[in-house]
Design a protein around this ligand. Structure first.
Ligand SMILES: Cc1cc2nc3c(=O)[nH]c(=O)nc-3n(C[C@H](O)[C@H](O)[C@H](O)COP(=O)(O)O)c2cc1C
Length: 331
C-alpha cells in the first residue's frame, strides 16, 4: 500500500509505532521496522544522551530499515538534556524524529538542517496547523481514545481526523484507537495517510515489557481505561487499577486544589516497575480504549501482515463490490 506517509518515510506499510516510555527500546522499534512499519525509540527512556546514542546503535545492529526517535518535550523546571539527545540523534544518523508534548519549534532548524524528517504528535487541529506552519513534515493526530495524553479537548477521531483532513496540506496519520485492518481503512477513508499505534504494539511478543502488562491489556475491555490528572490540565488515559482508583478518589475530594505531589506516589517513577517488573497495580500507566479490540499477543510481523491483509480484504471484498454496485445503479 502506498500513501504519502510510506513515500515520506521510505517504509513498506503505513503503520507507525508511537514512542512509549520504558517500552520504545531497540527490540520493539527494530521489529516494527523489520516488519515494514516505522519503529520508534523513546529518547527520554534513556538516562543520558550517551545511553540514547548506544540504543540507536543497538537498533541499527538489529535493522537496516528506517526507524524514528521520539522526543517528548515536557514542561519541566529541570528539563532533560534535550541538546544532548538531539546531538545523539543527528550523530547517530537517525532520519526521522517524532516530537510530542510542547511545541518543537526551537528544535526544528537543527533537525531540518541535518536532513531529518519531523512528525509532530498533537491532539487538536489547531496544534496540527501550527506544526505545519513551523515546518513539520507530517503530523500524528491523537484522538480522545488514545493511550497516554489525549489533551483537554476530548474530540474523538471520528471528528478529529476529517477536521484535520480539511485543514492540513501535509500528510498525517491517525493515532488513538487503531488496532487492525478496519482501523487502517477507516483512517484512510477519513483522510489520514496511515496509522500510529501504541497500546496494540505493547501486547506483542517482541514488546520488551513484563508478560503481566500484556496480559492486563488482553484482559481489559474498552470500558477499563480512566482519565487521570484532568484537574492538573495534564490528562492521561491509563488502565484502571487500584492505584488509579486512589488517584481518582484524591482528585474527587481535593478538586481544583490538587497538586502533583498529592498523587506523585502513584504517578512518578512507576513506569519501570510496571513495565520491567510487572507490578501492574503499583501506579498509573498509559493504555488506550483500544484494549477492547486486543485479544492476543502476536509477533509484530504477524500483527502487521494481518492488518495489511485485513485492510486489503475490506477494500476488495467489501468496499469494491459496494462501489461496483453503486456504479451500476448510476448507469
Ligand atoms: C505505555 C505507553 C507509553 C507512552 N509513552 C509515550 C511517550 O513517552 N511519549 C509520547 O509521545 N507518547 C507516548 N505514548 C503515546 C503513544 O505514542 C501513542 O500516541 C498512543 O498510544 C496512541 O494511542 P493508542 O494507545 O490507542 O494506540 C505512550 C502510550 C502508551 C500506551
Amino acid at each position: 500500500m502506498r500513501t504519502r506517509i510510506t513515500e515520506l518515510f521510505g517504509i513498506r506499510h503505513p503503520i507507525i509505532q508511537g514512542g512509549m516510555h520504558q517500552v520504545g527500546l531497540a527490540e520493539l522499534a527494530a521489529a516494527v521496522s523489520e516488519a515494514g512499519g516505522l519503529g520508534t525509540l523513546t529518547a527520554l527512556t534513556q538516562p543520558s544522551a550517551a545511553a540514547l546514542a548506544a540504543e540507536i546503535a543497538r537498533c541499527q545492529a538489529m535493522t537496516s530499515k528506517p526507524f524514528a526517535v521520539n522526543l517528548t518535550f515536557l514542561p519541566s523546571v529541570n528539563p532533560p538534556d534535550y541538546p544532548g539527545y538531539v546531538d545523539a540523534i543527528i550523530n547517530g544518523g537517525v532520519r526521522i524524529v517524532e516530537t510530542a508534548g510542547n511545541n518543537p519549534k526551537a528544535w526544528l532548524p537543527t533537525l531540518k538542517a541535518a536532513g531529518i524528517k519531523v512528525i509532530h504528535k498533537c491532539t487538536s487541529v489547531r496544534h496540527a496547523r501550527t506544526a505545519e506552519a513551523i515546518g513539520c513534515d507530517a503530523v500524528s493526530i491523537d484522538g480522545f481514545e488514545c493511550g497516554g495524553h489525549p489533551g483537554e479537548d476530548d474530540v474523538p477521531n471520528m471528528i478529529l481526523l476529517p477536521r484535520a483532513a480539511d485543514e492540513l496540506s501535509i500528510p498525517f496519520v491517525a493515532s488513538g484507537g487503531m488496532a487492525d485492518g478496519r482501523s487502517l481503512v477507516a483512517a484512510l477513508a477519513l483522510g489520514a495517510d496511515g496509522i500510529n499505534m501504541g497500546t496494540r504494539f505493547l501486547a506483542t511478543e517482541e514488546a520488551p515489557v513484563h508478560p503481566n502488562v500484556k496480559a492486563a491489556i488482553v484482559a481489559a475491555s474498552e470500558r477499563d481505561t480512566r482519565l487521570i490528572m484532568r484537574p492538573l490540565h495534564n490528562t492521561e488515559r491509563v488502565l484502571r487499577n487500584t492505584a488509579v482508583d486512589r488517584i481518582l478518589e484524591k482528585e474527587r475530594y481535593l478538586g481544583e486544589a490538587i497538586k502533583f505531589e498529592d498523587i506523585a506516589a502513584e504517578v512518578a517513577g512507576v513506569y519501570r516497575r510496571v513495565m520491567k517488573d510487572g507490578e501492574t497495580d503499583i501506579g498509573a500507566w498509559s493504555c488506550g480504549m483500544v484494549a477492547g479490540l486486543i485479544q492476543d499477543i502476536p509477533t509484530i510481523r504477524i500483527l502487521i501482515d494481518r492488518i495489511m491483509a485485513q485492510a486489503n480484504d475490506i477494500l476488495r471484498t467489501r468496499l469494491k463490490p459496494i462501489f461496483n454496485a453503486s456504479e451500476e445503479c448510476l448507469d
